[in-house]
Design a protein around this ligand. Structure first.
Ligand code: ATP
Ligand code: MG
Length: 155
């Protein structure tokens, strides 16, 4: 069904409030308002929340996380950008696998299980979308979730 992207983002920010406040991380929302995506709102909130949760978990205190909403011809993009520890190139292909955690994350003892991104990928795929990442070690990471902006039935 149609879901308001504004609502999804607001819910995600709400859920991350405790974790981001504890690290003095500001979550900034940028980009288009009033966009709609098709799908299950709860699942989409879970997907974006996992990306924001990671951005906060793998960033130093006092940094900034951005959630940027954009739209193209047939897709809405939700970009989650951080100024965190980054991900080594050799890990980039594997982080979407279940239980995979990069050494950097393990050595931080953040206590994750390595399922978050597998869930994000699963939800993206189920919605006819995709999730991509670019990252620079020591500088930060950018995850982009792309979702169809209209239902497949409408062509
Ligand atoms: P959880 O199941 O609690 O989410 P997790 O965060 O370790 O555990 P994923 O969310 O699947 O698992 O992420 C997999 C791995 O990808 C992480 O362990 C970390 O190594 C890396 N990673 C994910 N997001 C980021 C990020 N924003 N910055 C740096 N590394 C990241
Ligand atoms: Mg995670």
């Amino acid at each position: 069904e149609p879901c308001s992207v504004d609502r999804i983002v607001a819910e995600v920010i709400d859920r991350s409030r405790t974790a981001s406040a504890a690290k003095d991380i500001e979550i900034k929302v940028l980009g288009d308002r009033g966009l709609v995506v098709y799908g299950n709102e709860g699942q989409l909130v879970t997907a974006v929340a996992n990306l924001v949760e990671n951005a906060v978990a793998y960033s130093p205190e006092g940094t900034r996380v951005e959630v940027e909403v954009g739209s193209g011809d047939e897709a809405v993009s939700l970009v989650v950008r951080d100024e965190g520890i980054g991900i080594e190139a050799r890990d980039l292909d594997r982080i979407f696998e279940r239980f995979y955690r990069a050494d950097r994350a393990r050595s931080r003892q953040t206590g994750g299980t390595g399922l978050g991104l597998a869930i994000v990928k699963h939800i993206a795929t189920n919605h006819g979308g995709r999730v991509d990442v670019t990252s620079t070690v020591g500088k930060g990471s950018t995850f982009t979730l792309r979702l169809p902006s209209r239902s497949s039935e409408q062509g």
